[in-house]
Write a protein that binds this ligand. Structure first.
Ligand code: UDP
Ligand code: MG
Length: 332
């Protein structure tokens, strides 16, 4: 097998405190894997500056001038972690055999990159970096993250637990990935959806090398809500069911109120009041749920997700796996 051209995509938002060290360590790893023939010498590191307001871009630029294996992408403003990653992936795709994404803060173990490439050599299309322990995260972050994975799992979104955005994807995966032209992409939920052969590599997650987390509570919450709502219409369904339940309870309470009324145990007006409160409450929830169901359908439609993913094509007489390019030229 030829050595793959690897691109390491690194999103950076106000990372001046770590950038120099990150570049140094990533370059060291890159030159090692090139020497070991795990990646080809054309491989590069792609820093994506996500609209930083500090000296991040200046530093990236200086590195680009100095080292041939460093490249950069500057976004026009802060688009957020996920979009920074996507912009890097899409930029790298045309010239890369595989892409590894990693955070700039050195929390992910750069040495795992070598293991990723070994797995790639074994034929895996996706390699997820999974942290062994979360000791270095705060108690709060660890538990909220766990809760998040749990809720997402219950709502039917497949995710790899304890995996952030440290992963390898090969060309086949990238080609499929760019077909998902939806606005809200939540990579951790999206990539497992693509299928293909995948595996995990475990590593110890370190403390942030320097600087502060760029994910304050507000961003974290938004991230969680986006993740949830861009994958699942389960919350809408819940409203519909809730409406049904409330209407059911309303009916029972209505019966009870009527019985009390005829037994003469009540003050005037109570029966009609109770019945109308529960009836209207239930009806309203059902109505909201029904409207929600339609919005859910529209939501799914507007994503224009591809309806299927082809893994192999067995179309020639010899039943060989025809590469996409060959197939396209055949079809004209
Ligand atoms: N990041 C980004 N844009 C943002 C926020 C964060 O590109 O709007 C980058 C950041 O520079 C880092 C990565 O995303 O490389 C993860 O952020 P951070 O380490 O602050 O998150 P945490 O590890 O605390 O969850
Ligand atoms: Mg971090």
């Amino acid at each position: 097998m030829d050595e793959p051209i690897l691109t390491i995509v690194v999103p950076c938002f106000n990372e001046e405190a770590v950038l120099e060290e990150t570049a140094k360590r990533l370059r060291a790893v890159l030159s090692r894997v090139c020497r070991e023939h795990l990646a080809s010498y054309g491989s590069t590191i792609l820093f994506v500056d996500d609209g930083s307001s500090d000296r991040t871009w200046e530093m990236i630029d200086r590195n680009i001038q100095e080292y041939r294996d460093i490249t950069g992408l500057k976004l026009s403003r802060n688009f957020g972690h996920q979009n920074a990653l996507i912009s890097g992936i899409e930029t790298a795709r045309p010239y890369s055999d595989c892409v590894i994404t990693i955070d700039a803060d050195l929390q992910d173990d750069v040495n795992a990159i070598r293991q990723f490439l070994l797995k790639y050599q074994e034929g895996y299309d996706i390699v997820y970096g999974v942290r062994d322990k979360r000791e270095t995260d705060t108690f709060f972050k660890r538990n909220t993250a766990l809760l998040f994975y749990r809720i997402m799992g219950k709502l039917g979104v497949k995710m790899v637990p304890n995996h952030a955005d440290f992963r390898l994807m090969d060309r086949r995966v990238l080609d499929e990935f760019v077909k998902y032209q939806e606005e809200n992409i939540f990579l951790r939920g999206m990539i497992p959806l693509l299928g293909f052969r995948s595996t995990e590599v475990y590593y110890n997650r370190a403390e942030r090398f320097a600087g502060e987390s760029k994910y304050p509570l507000k961003k974290m919450l938004n991230f969680a809500i986006d993740g949830l709502t861009s994958f699942s219409i389960a919350p809408i369904r819940m409203v519909t069911y809730l409406g049904g339940i409330v209407a059911g309870i309303g009916f029972l309470i209505g019966m009870y109120a009527l019985i009390q009324h005829f037994l003469g145990h009540v003050v005037t007006g109570w029966t009609s009041m109770i019945i109308s409160i529960w009836m209207i409450g239930g009806l309203q929830l059902i109505a909201t749920g029904i409207i929600g169901e339609y919005i859910g359908k529209i939501f799914k439609e507007t994503k224009h997700r591809p309806r299927y993913t082809v893994e192999k094509r067995l179309l020639t007489d010899g039943r060989r796996d025809v590469e996409k390019k060959a197939l396209e030229s055949k079809l004209g």
